[in-house]
Design a binder for this molecule. Structure first.
Ligand SMILES: NC(=O)C1=CN([C@@H]2O[C@H](COP(=O)(O)OP(=O)(O)OC[C@H]3O[C@@H](n4cnc5c(N)ncnc54)[C@H](O)[C@@H]3O)[C@@H](O)[C@H]2O)C=CC1
Ligand SMILES: O=C(O)C(=O)COP(=O)(O)O
Length: 614
C-alpha cells in the first residue's frame, strides 16, 4: 500500500516502520513521536472544581496543573513540620505555616490552597474539603495515622490523601519500649516523688520484663519493631493481627494468635493497630474482663482504641495494674481526666513520632509525596487511591495513558455520548490475573469515559465513586495470553454495551462498541476498532473511515486534509479481506474544519467516518 505520500515522520529519528506486524489484513506505515506521560492526578489541569450545595461544577479560571507547579502553588502547613521538608516544599510553591488554627480559620485559609500538610492535631473534616472548593488537591499527613482526615469526603471531592508511613516507625517503636520499661519500673512516678522531696524505694518496686509474655496488638510496621526489641529484652512475644502474614511473624520468632488468646495470656499488652470503626474501643469492659489480672498496657497507637472510662474501671479493680499512654481519645485530654491523673498511669503527650530524626524524615517524606501529587504523579503513599509500588507505577505508566485514551475514544463513538451504563475492560496479559493490578487502569478508563461527557473532574481518587454515582457499571476481565511476561499488559480492550454507535464499524460482532489498544515502543496505539485491525498511534486527533477497499483512498483523503493544511501524523488501514471493507485510521495534528470533513464524507467509496479527539 503506497501510503508514504501521506505520512511523514514528526521526528524523523523516531521513525519506526512496524514491520513486525505481519498480519495479512493489516497494512500500514507508522511513524511515531514522543509524547510525555499523562499525569494520573491531573484533575485540576486548566479547570477548577467548584462545589455548590454538594454539586460539583468546573470553573475554567483557577489553575494549578502539573506544569504550573511553582509560583501559583500554595501549601498550607498547619502543624510543626521539620525544616528539611519545608525547604523541599519552598522550592516549588508558596508555603504558609499557620499553627493552631480554629476550624473556621482553617476553612477560610484552605479555599486559597492547593495542598494542606497536617500531623495528628488537625481535624481535616468534610467542611475543610468543601471549603477547599476544588482547589485543594492534596492533603499530606506527616505521619502514619489518618484517622483525623475524613477520607470519604476527600475521595468524593477528588482530593488525594497521602501519608508518610515509614519515617516514624522506629521512633514510635522506641517510644513504646520506653513506656514499657518506664511503666514496669515506675520511672515517671518515682521521678515525680523524688522531685517532691521524697525517697520511696519500697513504694516503687517494679516488675521484671524478662520471661514475661508481651502481646503485640497490630503486627504492622511499629508492632513488629516493638516485637523485635522486646525479644531482645528476653520477653516471650505473641501478636494478634488479622491481616499480618505468618511468615513475617515467624521470621521474628513471634506467634500469631487470636485476639482472645493474646489478651488472656499476656502480662504486657502493647497496642499498635490503627483506629478504625473495627478497632474503636476494642479494649472495653468486656475485653478487660478477659485479661490476666495485673496486666500492664502500653498504648502508642490511638486513644480511641481504648474505652477510657472502662480502663479507669479496670485500673481501679486491679485487672489492669498499670497503663502507659501516649495517645488519648481527646488530645490534649481534659486537665481533670481521671485516666491521666490515675496514679498507676504513665502519660506522654503524643510523643511517639517526636524524635529529631523521625520528624526530619517524615517532613521530607511528606513534602516529596505532596509535591509529586501536585505534579500529577502517582503516589506510592496514597491513602484514598490505589497504592502502587513505585516499580509497578513506572511499569504501568504507558498503559495508564493508553487506558485513558481508549476510554476517551470509546465514549466518542457512542451516539449522543450519553446513556452509557455498562463498560467492560478486557486486559490480555501473559501474567496471571493475580499478578496484574488493574485499579489504575480501570480508573483511567473511567476518567477517559466520564470527562468528555460531563463537567465532573475524575481522577484516580474519585474514579470509582464517580462511576457509581453516575450509574456506570465497570466490569473487568483478565485473559492470560501467550505474550511477553516482561510486559504487564499485552492489550486493553474497552467495550461499551447497549448503546448505539455513531460509527457502526466500531461495533463488534458480539454487539458492544469495542476498541482495543496496545503499548508499542512505550506509546499508546489503537490496534482494533470493532472487528477491524488497525495500528495508529494515539496522539493528536483521529479520523476513522470505513470504505470499500480500493486503490487511491489514502491519497484522496490525504489530499483533502492537505488542502486544509491538516497535518497527517499517522495512517493505517485494516481490512476484512482484499477489495472488501476497510477501515482507515488517520492521525491528524489539527482538527479538520467542517469543509474538510464534508469533503471526506463526499468521497463515494467512504461509507462512514468519524472524527475523534484524543
Ligand atoms: N504515637 C505516635 O506518635 C505514633 C502512633 N502511630 C500509630 O501506630 C499505629 C500503627 O502504625 P504502623 O505500624 O506504622 O501502621 P501499619 O499499618 O504498618 O500497622 C498497623 C497494623 O495493624 C493491623 N490491624 C488492623 N486492624 C487490626 C485489628 N483489628 N486488630 C489487630 N491488628 C489490626 C494491620 O493489619 C497492620 O498490620 C497507627 O495507628 C499509627 O497511627 C504511628 C506512629 C507514631
Ligand atoms: O504518625 C502517627 O500516626 C502519629 O501518631 C504521629 O503523630 P504526630 O505527627 O506526632 O502528630
Amino acid at each position: 500500500m503506497a501510503s508514504s505520500a501521506y505520512t511523514k515522520p514528526i521526528f524523523p529519528s523516531a521513525l519506526s516502520v512496524s514491520s513486525g506486524e505481519t498480519k495479512s489484513k493489516l497494512c500500514h506505515v507508522s511513524f511515531r513521536k514522543r509524547i510525555s506521560p499523562t499525569p494520573i492526578f491531573q484533575a485540576q489541569r486548566e479547570r477548577s472544581l467548584v462545589v455548590k450545595n454538594g454539586v460539583k461544577t468546573v470553573e475554567p479560571t483557577r489553575t494549578c496543573a502539573s506544569e504550573d507547579v511553582g509560583e501559583k502553588v500554595k501549601i498550607l502547613v498547619s502543624e510543626k513540620l521539620g525544616e528539611a521538608g519545608l525547604r523541599v516544599l519552598r522550592e516549588l510553591g508558596h508555603v504558609e505555616c499557620a499553627y493552631e488554627l480554629s476550624p473556621e480559620e482553617l476553612c477560610k485559609k484552605i479555599s486559597a490552597c492547593d495542598a494542606l500538610i497536617v500531623r495528628s492535631g488537625t481535624k481535616v473534616t468534610r467542611e475543610v474539603f468543601e471549603a477547599g472548593k476544588g482547589r485543594l488537591k492534596v492533603v499530606g499527613r506527616a505521619g502514619v495515622g489518618i484517622d483525623n482526615v475524613d477520607l470519604q469526603a476527600a475521595t468524593e471531592f477528588g482530593c488525594l490523601v497521602v501519608n508518610a508511613p515509614t519515617a516514624n516507625t522506629i521512633a514510635a517503636a522506641e517510644h513504646g519500649i520506653a513506656l514499657l520499661a518506664a511503666m514496669a519500673r515506675n520511672v515517671a512516678q518515682a521521678d515525680a516523688s523524688i522531685k517532691a522531696g521524697k525517697w520511696q524505694r519500697s513504694k516503687y518496686v517494679g516488675v521484671s520484663m524478662v520471661g514475661k509474655t508481651l502481646a503485640v496488638m497490630g503486627f504492622g510496621k511499629v508492632g513488629s519493631e516493638v516485637a523485635r526489641r522486646a525479644k531482645g529484652l528476653g520477653m516471650h512475644v505473641i501478636a494478634h493481627d488479622p491481616y499480618a502474614p505468618a511468615d513475617r511473624a515467624r521470621a521474628i520468632g513471634v506467634d500469631l494468635v487470636s485476639f482472645d488468646q493474646a489478651i488472656s495470656t499476656a502480662d504486657f499488652i502493647s497496642l499498635h493497630m490503627p483506629l478504625t470503626p473495627t478497632t474503636n474501643k476494642v479494649f472495653n469492659d468486656n475485653t478487660f474482663a478477659k485479661m490476666k489480672k495485673g496486666v500492664r498496657i502500653v498504648n502508642v497507637a490511638r486513644g480511641g482504641v481504648i474505652d477510657e472510662d472502662a480502663l479507669v474501671r479496670a485500673l481501679d479493680s486491679g485487672i489492669v495494674a498499670q497503663a502507659a499512654l501516649d495517645v488519648f481519645t481527646e488530645e490534649p485530654p481534659s486537665k481533670d481526666s481521671k485516666l491521666v491523673l490515675h496514679e498507676n498511669v504513665t502519660v506522654t503527650p503524643h510523643l511517639g513520632a517526636s524524635t529529631k530524626e523521625a520528624q526530619e524524615g517524615v517532613a521530607i517524606e511528606i513534602a516529596e509525596a505532596v509535591l509529586g501529587a501536585l505534579k500529577g504523579e502517582l503516589s506510592a503513599t496514597a491513602v484514598n487511591a490505589p497504592m502502587v509500588a513505585p516499580e509497578v507505577l513506572s511499569e504501568l505508566a504507558p498503559y495508564v495513558v493508553l487506558a485513558e485514551k481508549l476510554g476517551r475514544l470509546a465514549v466518542q463513538l457512542v451516539s449522543g455520548g450519553s446513556g452509557i451504563k455498562s463498560v467492560k475492560i478486557l486486559y490480555r496479559s501473559a501474567r496471571g490475573p493475580d499478578d496484574l493490578d488493574t485499579r489504575l487502569l480501570r480508573a483511567m478508563v473511567t476518567k477517559g469515559i466520564i470527562e468528555p461527557i460531563s463537567n465532573t473532574i475524575v481522577n484516580l481518587v474519585n474514579a470509582d465513586f464517580i462511576a457509581k454515582q453516575k450509574g456506570l457499571r465497570i466490569s473487568e476481565e483478565k485473559v492470560v495470553v501467550d505474550s511477553s511476561p516482561e510486559l504487564p499488559v499485552d492489550s486493553i480492550q474497552v467495550q461499551i454495551s447497549n448503546v448505539e454507535s455513531k460509527f457502526a464499524s466500531a461495533v463488534a460482532e458480539s454487539g458492544p462498541i469495542s476498541i482495543e489498544g496496545k503499548v508499542k515502543f512505550g506509546e499508546p496505539h489503537l490496534t482494533c476498532v470493532g472487528s477491524f485491525d488497525v495500528d495508529v498511534s494515539l496522539e493528536g486527533n483521529l479520523i476513522l473511515c470505513r470504505q470499500v477497499d480500493q486503490p487511491g483512498m489514502i491519497g484522496r483523503v490525504g489530499n483533502i486534509l492537505g488542502e486544509q493544511n491538516v497535518n497527517v501524523s499517522f495512517m493505517s488501514v485494516g481490512r476484512t479481506s482484499r477489495r472488501k471493507k476497510a477501515i482507515m485510521a488517520i492521525g491528524v495534528d489539527e482538527e479538520p474544519n467542517k469543509e474538510a470533513l464534508d469533503n471526506i464524507g463526499d468521497v463515494p467509496a467512504i461509507e462512514e467516518f468519524v472524527f475523534l479527539k484524543l
